[in-house]
Design a protein. Structure first.
Length: 443
């Protein structure tokens, strides 16, 4: 059994730490934010992630999972150290590596024996080697003479399904420079190895690039279907049937072909920009990915333009009220990073409209992200309250509870009867089209 340290206890680090403990390892989850660590020690999750609380409680009780703010103790007590800090985008789209570099420096400063340093964060190609140099520099500075290995082990979890994705991943990618490191990583992931999860062993650069290439490919797929949806609207075709027809071809697959308001979240927007930036650094241009990024911006813009042009025919926009159903970038998460709701709400507010917003988990984060327009925002306790006095419903995130809304009850409290279903949740519901002036995305 190995002692595992996970540095950075966010969406990825926390889930990784909990699952490693579930796999039988001794785990320390470390973060610089002491409130987060204090909460976790009391069993309070700092994020909303289904299924995580039960596993957290179980593994804390078993004594396998610990929370610390002390990086020295974390490094000293760990055989395998996962770096899971953020790599947010900078203004030029490149990934900000300052947190990864700071952690590498601390590891070099405090390591007290052989360590495997695993990069779990999504990082530009070449970062593994940068981490190695920083650790070595720090060791040299203090005259430390310890061996270490660098591993790239990208994470593919989806928020809202993170526990399931980590317990049963499609694959485990390990980029390493030595057989010893590969052997230890296989033992760390023993449970998955025994369960015959596919393992892919590569060099560092390949593993680093697999992560960006995967996210960029999925983003391209979404932008592709969103463009088809814009065209389907014009020619009178149905995007859901088109996606179904396309997805029946095994080479295409039906997954990630749901048209919507544009992709959001903490990964696709930042990782597509980061890989495009990496290419520029090597004097290359990733035309397909750059087009997907532009198409995504266009999709969000098109959605607000359509809403504005439709409603303004009947209601002056400075008197219009929009009910937003769903704020988080996808269901089953409280994460609002790059959520399409932010751009769409800002576009509506910029033309003078008022917003009544409800989201099962996104309200808290929305309040600080939209603080500058708080005078135009009313945050509501449920979807019915949001609909009160509204001219239009805009369904932005496909939370299950919206599917079960009593539509007549919703209509009764509204001032007008527009329904913009940007996730096509009700596209096959005949009632909704009788009750509202309904429009979906490409259907
Ligand atoms: P996050 O912002 O939720 O968490 C990062 C954590 O690192 C924060 O709690 C922060 O306080 C902590 N931190 C920063 N500097 C630190 C330091 N020096 N020492 C200790 N802790 C420190 O980020 P996240 O969403 O978990 O993403 C982490 C990485 O994983 C990113 O590179 C991201 O691209 C990648 N990733 C994210 C997802 C996802 O769905 N969120 C999926 C796959 C990969
Ligand atoms: C993504 C990757 O799927 C995951 O492998 C990686 O580790 C992190 O980034 P995540 O951002 O959590 O995961 O959610 P995902 O389900 O991929 O959705 C991302 C965005 O794309 C959301 O805004 C979602 O609404 C949108 N999306 C997804 C679509 O618009 N249509 C689809 O068909 C699928």
């Amino acid at each position: 059994m190995y002692n595992i340290g996970v540095i950075g206890t966010g969406y990825v680090g926390l889930v990784q730490g909990v699952i490693m403990a579930e796999f039988g390892m001794n785990v320390i989850c470390m973060d610089v934010v002491s409130e987060k660590i204090e909460k976790l020690k009391k069993g309070i999750l700092p994020i909303y992630e289904p299924g995580l609380k039960e596993l957290l409680d179980k593994n804390v009780t078993s004594g396998r999972l610990h929370f610390l703010t002390d990086i020295q103790e974390t490094v000293e007590k760990s055989d395998v150290i996962f770096i899971a800090v953020g790599t947010p985008p900078q203004d030029d789209g490149s990934a900000d590596l300052q947190y990864v570099q700071a952690v590498a420096k601390s590891i070099g400063k405090y390591m007290n024996g052989y360590k495997i340093i695993v990069d779990k964060s999504t990082v530009p190609v070449g970062t593994g080697k940068i981490v190695r140099d920083i650790v070595q520099e720090e060791l040299d500075r203090r005259g430390g003479n310890f061996e270490f290995d660098i591993v790239s082990n990208p994470e593919f979890l989806r928020e809202g399904k993170a526990v399931r994705d980590c317990l049963t991943p499609d694959r485990v990618v390990i980029g390493a420079e030595s057989e010893k490191a590969v052997d230890i990583m296989k033992k760390v992931y023993d449970v998955l190895y025994i369960n015959q999860t596919p393992f892919l062993i590569t060099n560092l650069e390949t593993a680093e690039m697999i992560k960006y290439a995967s996210n960029a490919f999925l983003a391209v797929k979404i932008s592709f279907i969103n463009e088809m949806a814009l065209l389907a609207d014009k020619v009178g075709a149905n995007i859901q049937e088109i996606a179904r027809g396309m997805g029946m071809d095994g080479r295409i697959s039906p997954k990630f072909l749901h048209a919507g308001p544009g992709y959001g979240g903490s990964c696709f927007p930042k990782d597509t920009k980061a890989i495009a930036d990496i290419a520029h650094q090597y004097d290359e241009q990733l035309l397909v990915i750059e087009a997907a990024i532009k198409a995504n911006e266009k999709q969000k813009r098109k959605m607000s333009e359509r809403i504005i042009s439709t409603v303004s025919q009947e209601v002056p926009l400075e008197h219009a009220t929009f009910a937003i159903w769903g704020l988080s970038f996808k269901p089953e998460t409280d994460d609002m990073r790059d959520a399409p709701s932010i751009d769409i709400i800002r576009a509506l507010v910029s033309v003078g409209a008022k917003i009544r917003a409800y989201c099962p988990e996104g309200l808290k984060e929305a309040k600080w992200r939209l603080k500058d327009i708080e005078d135009s925002m009313t945050y509501c306790r449920n979807e019915y309250e949001a609909a009160e006095g509204a001219d239009a419903i805009i369904l932005l995130t496909e939370w299950h509870q919206f599917r079960g809304a009593y539509l007549n009850k919703v209509k009764d409290v509204m001032k007008n009867d527009y329904f913009f279903d940007l996730r096509n949740v009700f596209s096959k519901n005949i009632e909704v089209k009788k009750i509202f002036k309904y429009s979906g995305v490409g259907c």
